[in-house]
Design a protein around this ligand. Sequence first.
Ligand SMILES: *Cc1c(COP(=O)(O)O)cnc(C)c1O
Length: 426
Amino acid sequence: MNSKNDILFARAQASTPGGVNSPVRAFRSVGGTPRFITRAEGPHFWDADGKRYIDYIGSWGPAIVGHAHPDVIRAVQEAATHGLSFGAPTEAEILMAEEICRLLPSVEQVRLVSSGTEAAMSALRLARGATRRDKIVKFEGCYHGHADSLLVKAGSGLLTFGNPTSAGVPEDFARHTLVLDYNEPQQLEEVFRTMGDQIACVIVEPVAGNMNLVRATPEFLQTMRRVCSEHGAVLIFDEVMSGFRVGLGCAQGLYGITPDLTVLGKVIGGGMPVAAFGGRKDLMQHLAPLGPVYQAGTLSGNPVAVAAGMATMKLVQQPGFYENLGAQTNKLAEGLTAAAREAGVPFCADAVGGMFGLYFADSIPASYKAMMATDKDRFNRFFHAMLDLGVYLAPSAFEAGFVSAAHSDAVIAETVSAARQAFTRL
Ligand SMILES: *Cc1c(COP(=O)(O)O)cnc(C)c1O
């Protein structure tokens, strides 16, 4: 118990369930003591013992321009001097809405909220209210936040804990959620053939990042678009993670598919609580105060949070931003793969934009089932070896990783060199 992290974790557990405010931070999946972070800058953060890590979670995605970017910090400081929250509209909210609508052609109108959970929950209610249908379709391994209807065999933290559903979700709610396999277009055809007139919406991560990284096949998303249109169901792309992470046009831009509604979060807040849902104007007009679908938020569009988001959104639009981010992420994936090959460890990696997946398997998994078959124990040993060597990966075999614009060649090289050592320790 010499480590300040141990001392803080013991204290935290006395006042907070499990010592953390979000489950995956607790290291339950990998074992050991979570690191308590004191500060962050660029690609690094420091724990309570003063140890420095190269950070590959980036606050689970938002830190795309690197931690504590001067432009973002300045924007927050300036906004804060004008007051923290008004409960009345501001021009900054218009600018953010206009920016999102300009960058995403599928989004004609948008509403700002404070978390991805809230945005996904609201998009579902809107889809149900607009179609007057109750059933929703989701896919095993996708995570859309912790609203009741969505905690039905949900992924990520839940997967890690081996709980297929959460206690406290009434079976009557779960009954309306159909859970299909990711990347299985025939299942979509089948379910729409049998009950298409009852389905309000399909919600999907178009690049899945909550069961580790899994790319959707184009056929899967195209089939989804077609059956939703044929049966009057709303197609919701949950781009909370992939949005402005895989490219400026988000996953919908990469695949060339137009969803009816899009859910955003993480990057658009630049590290502050901003999320959003938006899409077709005729759908969005069902929302209060115009329509009968209720949705509200005391801190929605908070001026300080929006300032951080807008400063981040400005930086990602600099010429070459995503080309550079993608190149660095690919260098990391290729470097780790080569290091594993040298050590004779079955391993592969994948990258889309600034997101990556690491798999202790012979080939890149394309399904939830294949992901579950990867070597979790080996991942856990690798995780701890890397942590020792000053590289902080996601503390679970079933989470994606994130690279920022501050991850320079030197930082990637340092990571790959640590991995060479870590792979030989497995
Ligand atoms: C993180 C995430 C959410 C939830 O967002 P919170 O801000 O944590 O509530 C929803 N959907 C996806 C795809 C996510 O990655």
